[in-house]
Design a protein around this ligand. Structure first.
Ligand SMILES: [Fe+2]
Length: 187
């Protein structure tokens, strides 16, 4: 492809709403599945989980000024089989490091597609006092046990819960931070 055409296409992509872009697809997923794969580690739910969250692919609040985060990835078995329709329920603190324990700000669930892929738009959460920056998530293959864990960001090992196996791949792009993660679950 000529560089001019490529630039035009990239320009067109930039004009699309963020929701329609798949910018994280070329980020490598971490960790990898395969013969030596370990299941994604479980971690504490913490004190702020709220059940019955709304189903939605974007948690961005109207008028939110915080930097956007697009988290995408896959849910697979240790043998790399995609987990179609896996449930992913996310929650994290807002731009001030606070959780909404009354409503559903920065809380929501979605389902992976037939290839086990998911995509969530949200904000880059602030740091909750005393913790590494994190996103809580529950992942459930259909009919299986729920995996409750937390995702972390590169170079942010500021507490004892941060684990390299739970760190997303991340790249900062003009419109958003793009993050990718592969959940490996018993399915
Ligand atoms: Fe938390």
């Amino acid at each position: 492809m000529t560089s001019i055409l490529r630039r035009r296409l990239l320009g067109a992509a930039a004009a699309l709403p963020l929701a329609r872009q798949v910018l994280a697809q070329d980020l490598s997923l971490t960790p990898a599945c395969g013969p030596q794969a370990a299941l994604t580690p479980r971690q504490t739910e913490g004190p702020f989980y709220t059940p019955d969250t709304p189903q939605r692919g974007s948690l961005v609040e109207p008028g939110a000024k915080a930097e956007r985060l697009v988290l995408s990835g896959r849910v697979v078995s240790p043998q790399c089989r995609p987990v179609a329709k896996a449930l992913l329920d996310f929650w994290h603190c807002d731009e001030n490091g606070e959780y909404d324990n009354v409503g559903f700000r920065y809380r929501g669930h979605l389902y992976a597609d037939a290839e086990g892929r998911f995509r969530l738009e949200t904000i880059f959460p602030a740091i909750y006092p005393g913790r590494a920056r994190h996103i809580h998530v529950k992942v459930q293959a259909p009919g299986r046990r729920i995996l409750t864990t937390q995702l972390y960001f590169p170079g942010d090992a500021r507490d004892g819960l941060w684990r390299p196996e739970l760190v997303v791949a991340m790249e900062r792009r003009p419109q958003a931070r793009m993050a990718a993660f592969q959940f490996i679950v018993d399915a």
